[in-house]
Design a protein around this ligand. Structure first.
Ligand code: NAD
Ligand code: 89Y
Length: 338
């Protein structure tokens, strides 16, 4: 399977490393408007075909899928162009800035008959997968409460300076993953409410968000995110879990400690592997990049829709939109209205 990657920036390096490790896949072309970044990635990964113009890359062709690793503003034109070129697509999160853009991209891929997956990788972290496996096994019964918590003071702005510039920050950038994890555990959402704050005066958007979700099956979730939490030890980038069911509880605590209590108690170290190219503390994100890209390849081979397909991601994205609306309007939002 041959791929092309667009956007050779900060995060794409992880994607390129992961592609190199996936059997049967080769990245044959790279594209970036920034010539320096393009040349550096081409050299680091030994990729001969490089482009500053996406249209030229499609005209030359010779690949089955495209990996779009650019920031959100460019996603819609790049996804639509890929669909027109007739290739399968992986697109980074946040998939879109508006629901209209997101729906248009899903429709474009459907019309082209091509697979579209959003790089929504946090649910693919091995610690989250280990907890999901326990919950899905029925060990605690049908969960009635879920808390997914991400609280950190880690400086994400030095690697991703654009995060300090947007009117929207933590919900759109990070909360989107944490909301998706809540969906993975307790299903789709009917209503939600949220509060937001900006604590760091050096950024434009909100860096604290607390969200309350009512799920279709009757469960309630609390999803809380902060980049203003000065805590030792720093837990970046761990998502912590508290899940209660009628037969027991699951906890994923700081340090990747998974505790399951029902009639007995098991405590397991679910620390993620540090892949050869990975670096702490990013290793759990980096390992999930490998996992989600492998999932994409497996789905293409099996002719199946990826778990975090474009269509599925509309439901996560609508929670982001609902959270901003709720925080702005001070009321509960009916998610189906978005
Ligand atoms: P970045 O700014 O470092 O890199 C983006 C690159 O895309 C730049 O080199 C830019 O020149 C290029 N680019 C933009 N538009 C283009 C176009 N139309 N054609 C060709 N090249 C174009 O950004 P980043 O920090 O690497 O983030 C990229 C995306 O990855 C963001 O959406 C971000 O939210 C996401 N991200 C995801 C995770 C995760 O865990 N899934 C983690 C970090 C970042
Ligand atoms: O961009 C974000 C993401 O997707 O994971 C962590 C991050 O890099 C900073 O919040």
């Amino acid at each position: 399977m041959k791929g092309a990657l667009i956007g050779c920036g900060f995060f794409a390096q992880n994607q390129l490393h992961a592609w190199r490790d996936i059997e049967g896949v080769e990245i044959v072309a790279l594209c970036d408007r920034d010539e320096e970044r393009l040349a550096a990635s081409a050299k680091a990964f030994g990729i001969a075909r490089t482009y500053t113009d996406t249209a030229q890359m499609y005209a030359d062709g010779g690949f089955d899928f495209v990996d779009i690793a650019t920031t959100v503003q460019s996603h819609r034109p790049l996804v639509e162009m890929a669909a027109q070129a007739g290739v399968h697509i992986i697109c980074q999160k946040p998939f879109a800035q508006t629901m209209d853009d997101a729906r248009a991209m899903v429709a474009a891929a459907d019309t082209a008959g091509k697979t579209l997956m959003v790089h929504e990788n946090f649910r693919w972290q091995s610690a989250i997968q280990a907890a999901l496996k326990v919950v899905k096994s029925g060990a605690i019964g049908e969960p009635f409460f879920c808390r997914v918590s991400f609280r950190s003071g880690y400086d994400v702005f030095s690697g991703q300076p654009y995060l300090a510039e947007g009117k929207r920050f933590i919900i759109e950038d990070l909360g989107i993953h944490i909301l998706d994890i809540a969906r993975a555990f307790v299903g789709d959402v009917v209503q939600m409410s949220a509060t937001t704050r900006r604590i760091n005066p050096a950024i434009k958007g909100e860096d604290v968000a607390t969200m309350l979700l009512h799920h279709e099956g009757g469960a309630t979730s609390v999803v809380d995110c902060s980049y203003a939490t000065q805590r030792r030890p720093e837990t970046f980038p761990q998502s912590l879990l508290e899940i209660d069911g009628p037969k027991g509880t699951v906890r994923l605590d700081a340090g990747y400690v998974l505790t399951v209590q029902n009639e007995s108690e098991t405590v397991t170290d679910v620390s993620p592997p540090v892949l050869p190219w990975a670096e702490k503390p990013w290793h759990n994100i980096q390992e999930s990049v490998f996992a989600i890209q492998q999932h994409f390849v497996d789905c293409l081979k099996a002719g199946k829709q990826p778990e975090t397909s474009g269509a599925d991601n509309l439901k996560t994205l609508s929670l982001v939109e609902a959270a901003y609306q709720s925080a702005e309007q001070g009321r509960m939002i009916d998610v189906s209205s978005l």
